[in-house]
Unconditional design. Structure first.
Length: 202
């Protein structure tokens, strides 16, 4: 059981730390709303991944080839929408202090939608984690559960730590916040274009 738990923890840490649309979204939200309002977004995988895991496991044998392309196109469009929001935040004057902020539930909702439209979890569960879970389940249900528990425990904890690290950078001043918002907008824009390209050309 320890081996499966360790695999889950290692993959969860890797998923939290790997650059991607979700991490860029967390950066933009932390720069705009602060860590307290952004921290609930760390829980997004717990809400969005149930259907993703089920679909990914089903896709191992049954889903048509065009399914992932549709998800990529939808995800790319949503990521570009988030990039526009981050770009607008980066263009705000450094003296602006009364911009409307998202609440914790609003940030969580956006994060859930982004995760649901992001192909990366589908790929991860379909190619990497899914086979591990199925293998563990065939041997013992406790092995599969230990892997999933280790993965999501590490993923949520690592994501929360990432938000706090971003918040530390946010305190360096308004110009730094604008610069980081610009970086997150560019990252989201590039990720969105890449997802669209993968969906159309893949």
């Amino acid at each position: 059981m320890f081996g499966y738990l360790l695999q889950g923890v290692a993959l969860g840490i890797s998923a939290a730390a790997s650059p991607g649309p979700f991490q860029a979204f967390l950066l933009s939200q932390t720069m705009r709303n602060g860590w307290r309002r952004t921290l609930p977004a760390a829980l997004a995988p717990l809400f969005s991944d149930g259907p993703i895991v089920a679909l990914a496991l089903l896709a191992l044998t049954q889903m048509p080839d065009g399914f992932l392309r549709v998800v990529r196109v939808a995800g790319g469009a949503f990521i570009l929408y988030l990039a526009l929001g981050a770009y607008r935040a980066a263009r705000q004057p450094v003296t602006l202090v009364d911009a409307p902020l998202d609440s914790g539930p609003q940030t969580l909702t956006k994060a859930i939608v982004m995760n649901a439209l992001n192909p990366n979890p589908y790929l991860f569960w379909g190619i990497v984690a899914g086979p591990i879970v199925l293998e563990g389940w065939r041997r013992s249900a406790s092995l599969a559960v230990s892997f999933v528990g280790g993965f999501y425990g590490a993923l949520v904890s690592g994501t929360a730590l990432l938000v706090i690290l971003f918040a530390t950078a946010r305190r360096l001043g308004p110009r730094v916040r604008r610069a980081l918002n610009g970086v997150s907008a560019l990252a989201l824009f590039l990720f969105g274009l890449y997802q669209l390209w993968q969906g159309v050309m893949g």
